[in-house]
Design a binder for this molecule. Sequence first.
Ligand code: GDP
Ligand code: MG
Length: 163
Amino acid sequence: KLPLVAIVGRPNVGKSTLFNRLVGKRLALVDDRPGVTRDRREGDANLLGLDFRVIDTAGFEEDDPETLPGRMRAQTQAAVIQADVALFLIDSRAGVTPLDEEIARWLRSGDTPVILLANKAEGRAGESGVLEAFGLGFGDPVPFSAEHGEGMADLFEALLPHI
Ligand code: GDP
Ligand code: MG
């Protein structure tokens, strides 16, 4: 059975872009509008020879389980709890937001190991965001660009101990 990796983060940080890069097929819908990925997407991933199963999650904005966004959040949490390791993405260009901090608090309260990816870090626009991400409490963030494929070797090294 393949190890399970869950991708988590607030809308628009690049989760589906990373999922597509890892799975190599257009299975997840990528869109500029926040929250466009409606369902949980899973696929078999390969990263530099490392095989695992990856889940692209969507939804962490709403706590009320009576609402659709609330059910999406519950799905996201279930995926993370089930996973061997979570990839927590932030947007280095936007910096750390209150929702990032809320997700971080929830992740810290659980048992799933977390790798923090400071996405959109290509070029220099993300430098301050990468530094800010250190404050989320998951150690040094991995500077990353899902769109440009930068940081893949560092992600590989960070994943190795967990899968
Ligand atoms: P999700 O809502 O977290 O799944 O985010 P998406 O994968 O749908 O991406 C949201 C937007 O960010 C899209 O316009 C992507 O093209 C863009 N994006 C994703 N990764 C990167 C990156 O590494 N660098 C930059 N500059 N943009 C990115
Ligand atoms: Mg998405």
